[in-house]
Design a protein around this ligand. Structure first.
Ligand code: IPE
Ligand code: IPE
Ligand code: MG
Length: 259
């Protein structure tokens, strides 16, 4: 069972185990080059490739990418259908390579609005890569943090109606879409905006947040490294004081022993 940061204090490591990214700024990247917005989305796929590779090399265990939010249906229909086609094309082209590289691929989100062909490509890709033990790459598609909490609560109550009178974190956790992953250690949003835009809400409770003006198509291994370095400078207290952290206790003991 995945540990909850509010129920117990997680172990922290220099390399985040789980990075969650809002890949924003494709449209502006294209507009700056007088290209149609879709040109930015195409280049965004290349940035995904680079970041997946870099995460694998850095020993990140889980990478979760926000590709399409439950609110993105509000965009012009042409852009929405281009994004769907791009997702399908990327799946067709990349899944073999992901599998060769030992990557486990997952999609979270409400797939009921997607075309059956896209849904079957997703299911095939998940099935093919399910036993891989490298990086777990999750794509959030037609995903919304509120949708996730509600679908989890509804499924839980269907399975266990006796919980209607009250339930706890541990009852709900297995039903959340990301139940197989530890909570994200590091959240990155590119494109300059400083908001969560209904991405994973429940699991971001104690995640370190990193915002950069870099537009998603320009985000690469070096940009990822900057985010990781920023993360390494954070003090993750989870409600405690600085003096209570294991490093501080060790330093104090060392001072007492060595005088
Ligand atoms: C993010 O880039 C990609 C998706 C939401 C699919 P945007 O398309 O939001 O790019 P900007 O924010 O308009 O620059
Ligand atoms: C968030 O980006 C969703 C994805 C990156 C998929 P948006 O560009 O849609 O977010 P808002 O609307 O500016 O908050
Ligand atoms: Mg945007």
């Amino acid at each position: 069972m995945v540990k909850s940061s509010t129920a117990e204090i997680p172990e922290t490591r220099p390399i985040p185990r789980h990075i969650a990214i809002i890949m924003d700024g494709n449209g502006r990247w294209a507009q700056q080059r007088f290209l149609p917005r879709i040109g930015g989305h195409k280049r965004g796929v290349e940035a995904v490739r680079a970041v997946v590779r870099a995460c694998g090399e850095r020993g990140v265990e889980y990478l979760t990418l926000f590709a399409f939010s439950s609110e993105n249906w509000r965009r012009p229909p042409d852009e929405v259908s281009f994004l769907m086609r791009l997702f399908m094309m990327a799946l067709e082209q990349e899944v073999g390579k992901l599998h060769e590289n030992g990557i486990r691929f997952r999609v979270i989100g409400d797939l009921s609005r997607f075309e059956p062909k896209l849904v079957s490509l997703i299911r095939e890709a998940e099935g093919l890569t399910r036993d891989n033990d490298g990086l777990t790459l999750t794509v959030a598609a037609n995903y919304g943090g509120r949708w996730d909490i509600l679908q989890a609560a509804n499924r839980m109550l269907k399975d266990r109606p006796e919980l209607a009178s009250g339930f706890g974190e541990n009852d709900l956790a297995p039903y959340l879409a990301l139940s197989y992953a530890p909570e994200p250690d590091l959240f990155i949003r590119t494109g300059g905006e400083q908001r969560i835009s209904n991405f994973v809400l429940w699991q971001l409770a104690y995640t370190e947040l990193y915002f950069t003006d870099t537009l998603w198509p320009d985000f690469d291994a070096t940009a990822l490294e900057h985010a990781i370095v920023s993360y390494q400078q954070r003090e993750r207290r989870f409600g405690r004081t600085s003096e209570q952290l294991p490093q501080a206790v060790e330093r104090a003991t060392h001072r007492r022993v060595t005088g």
